[in-house]
Design a protein around this ligand. Structure first.
Ligand code: C5P
Length: 392
């Protein structure tokens, strides 16, 4: 475990304790600044191992070299990961023991960023994190909330529970999709009518975002192409924000090749045939007629046979009647492998809600019980991993 100098370091003793409870062997490496927030003695007592702080202390009793340290770990957890340490990692800087180990290791790395919201939002940090994710580093958090500096926003370190769960997943098969690339669409699309008006729908993006998070949690290198939503970026996922269906299609095609494509977005079926360049004036006598034209079907396009076709293409079917029947027909019409069908009638509360009751069509039909969208995502990701392990 690498601990860098943020106030969230105060949670590390608890994290170490929880990992020891699970019989993990834990070695702590601290940056100089981390020692301002938590004492080496505490971490050493809880980890039952010496704490490593200095590059040049190889003569110290019980100390082992940085190369040994970086090789013996099954996984490296950086918690908290400060903006500074992320920047060093992204740029290959090795100027202390912590950054040297992170450069020397070939073990998987998980980072739990923690910093002031503005530092997290800074383009430099975003780009560094993007670089690290593209190299396969998994990201936990940060979460939204009150911060020690008195501000509110994204920047709080992931909770100890979340880090422990991520590590449990890692050891229990969190690598099932490692080396696989996944593409997920989510949210609504906005189709412009004029510079201020657009056609939209009520999709919240909850299900699509949860699927991206679940696939990344199993180790897939995941790109999420999303329309406008309030959802936080799922940890460890490359997020591409678009507005219209045409932009979503282009972003999806740019993200290929992929092994897995899950189209959970509620793409607008229609767009204005022409987008007015000026705001359409309101007059009493002539409400404007907006001519509509069909949008590209992203799912059907991705499912077309060819060298770039993902091995598994999965669509959603939001229906209000004859759900299974329509979804079975949709699977054939779209050319996709699986359909996750749900009833979005208003009384079900599915659209925008937190739970979902789906029928899983492969072409066999399975009726899944009502569960949270997060659980649907976890189940779907597990089925995807099963299929890819079985198939290729
Ligand atoms: O045709 P329908 O909209 O019912 O199909 C739903 C499925 O197709 C969803 O998986 C949705 O993401 C996808 N879709 C798409 N592009 C469209 C319309 C729907 O990818 N233009």
């Amino acid at each position: 475990m690498v601990i860098s100098g943020g106030i969230a370091a105060y949670k590390c003793p608890e994290l170490v304790r929880r990992l020891r409870e699970r019989k993990a062997s834990v070695r702590c490496v601290m940056t100089r600044a981390a020692e301002e927030f938590v004492t080496p003695l505490t971490l050493s007592a809880l980890s039952e191992n010496p704490v490593h702080r200095n590059m040049f202390s190889l003569t110290e009793n019980n100390d082992i070299s940085h190369i040994q340290l970086s090789r013996e770990a099954d996984v490296l957890v950086v918690a908290p990961a400060t903006a500074n340490l992320l920047a060093k990692m992204a740029n290959g800087i090795a100027d202390d023991l912590a950054s040297t180990i992170l450069l020397a290791t070939s073990a998987p790395i998980m980072v739990a960023p923690a910093m002031n919201v503005r530092m997290w939002d800074h383009e430099a940090t975003r780009e560094n994190m993007e670089t690290l994710r593209a190299r396969g580093v998994s990201q936990l958090g940060p979460n939204e909330g009150d911060m020690a500096c008195g501000e509110f926003g994204f920047g709080r370190m992931a909770e100890v529970d979340e880090i422990v769960t991520a590590l449990e997943d890692f050891f229990e098969g969190g690598v099932r999709l490692s080396g696989r690339r996944a593409l997920v669409t989510s949210g609504p699309t906005h189709e412009p009518i004029d510079p201020v008006r657009y056609i939209a729908n009520r999709s919240s993006g909850k299900q699509g975002h949860a699927i991206a998070a679940a696939l990344a949690g199993l180790g897939a290198q995941t790109t999420l192409v999303t329309g406008p939503t309030d959802q936080a970026d799922p940890p460890g996922v490359t997020v591409v924000r678009i507005e219209s269906a045409a932009q979503m299609l282009a972003a999806c095609q740019a993200a290929l090749p992929a092994d897995i494509a899950v189209c959970a977005a509620a793409v607008a079926d229609w767009r204005a045939a022409e987008t007015a360049t000026r705001k359409i004036k309101k007059t009493d006598d002539n409400p404007p007629a907006i001519e509509l034209t069909r949008n590209p079907d992203i799912l059907a396009t991705l499912a077309v046979a060819g060298p770039d076709r993902p091995k598994l293409v999965i669509g959603f079917a939001a229906e209000t009647e004859n759900v299974v029947e329509n979804a079975v027909a949709k699977r054939a019409a779209k050319g996709c492998d699986w359909i996750v069908a749900n009833d979005v009638s208003s009384q079900t509360g599915t659209f925008g809600g937190d739970s979902n009751r789906v029928h899983f069509i492969t072409p066999d039909v399975e009726d899944w019980p009502r569960m949270s969208k997060r659980e649907v995502a976890t189940q779907l990701a597990a089925r995807i991993a099963d299929a890819l392990e079985g198939g290729s």
